[in-house]
Design a protein. Structure first.
Length: 255
């Protein structure tokens, strides 16, 4: 295709595009650009693609520099040693490779800097989240401590109630024994009166004890409900805040 384009004197841009697509075409033997006296742009492009062609003779035993050129740039390009062209091409290829490598390194450095910035932002967000959760954790510990204290008080009250009941039973048993021993009618009346008074006092103490026990049960149940709700709120808030942090991080990464 390159030789056909040269033979038809195609525009420089067409020949250069063919060289870019098929560089090995410049090394194929044929009627050369020097023989056709093409433009300096085409001749220099072909030489750069295959400098060794300057030292190769064609079917007429002529090298490209044997063909006279009207353009001074073409003459200088054809008369220049192939080794110089090879050196220039290799040097330019090396510089292009270095430039590409430098660009890749700069891009890598930029990516690493961005990754460090993202990491620092995530660390800062995590620190803020931990600081925000600290008071809640302390409040949770305080509530748990209060629950433990109330549970201990309830256990002590249950033990006290059991002791009092045992004492009441013992006193009732004593009174029943006294009644069975056959006291006089007046003594019975006195004892009944004392017993009634005592039983009324015991009944009042029992009612107070039961009211206090019931109130403690209610207080403990309310604290347990508040504690459970508080724990659920902490978990939901922590999960929600973590999801927001991850979402913001994902949005930042996608940007």
């Amino acid at each position: 295709p390159i030789h056909l384009a040269c033979a038809n004197r195609a525009p420089d841009s067409t020949i250069i595009a063919l060289l870019d697509a098929y560089t090995d075409g410049a090394s194929t033997r044929g009627r050369g650009a020097a023989q056709l006296k093409l433009s300096p742009v085409t001749i220099v492009s072909l030489i750069r693609a295959f400098p060794e062609a300057l030292d190769r003779a064609n079917d007429h035993d002529k090298v490209p520099s044997d063909y006279a050129q009207k353009n001074e740039i073409c003459r200088e390009a054809l008369n220049r040693p192939a080794a110089c062209w090879i050196e220039d091409v290799e040097k330019e290829e090396y510089l292009e490779k270095v430039a590409r490598r430098r660009t890749q390194l700069r891009q890598k450095i930029s990516e690493l800097q961005h990754a460090i910035e993202v990491s620092n932002e995530r660390r800062l967000k995590a620190t803020k989240l931990i600081d925000a959760m600290e008071p809640r954790i302390q409040a949770h510990d305080e509530t748990a401590k209060q629950v433990d204290e109330l549970g201990k008080k309830l256990s002590d009250l249950e033990a006290h109630k059991s002791t009092e009941f045992s004492k009441i039973k013992a006193r009732i048993f004593e009174r029943m024994e006294e009644l069975q021993n056959g006291p006089s009618e007046e003594e019975i009346k006195n004892r009944c009166t004392m017993k009634r008074s005592y039983m009324q006092g015991v009944q009042k103490q029992y009612e107070k004890l039961m009211n206090r026990t019931e109130q403690l049960h209610k207080d403990l149940q309310a604290i347990k409900v508040v504690h459970s709700q508080h724990v659920r709120d902490l978990i939901e808030r922590g999960t929600h805040e973590q999801e927001e942090v991850e979402q913001r991080d994902d949005d930042a990464d996608s940007i």
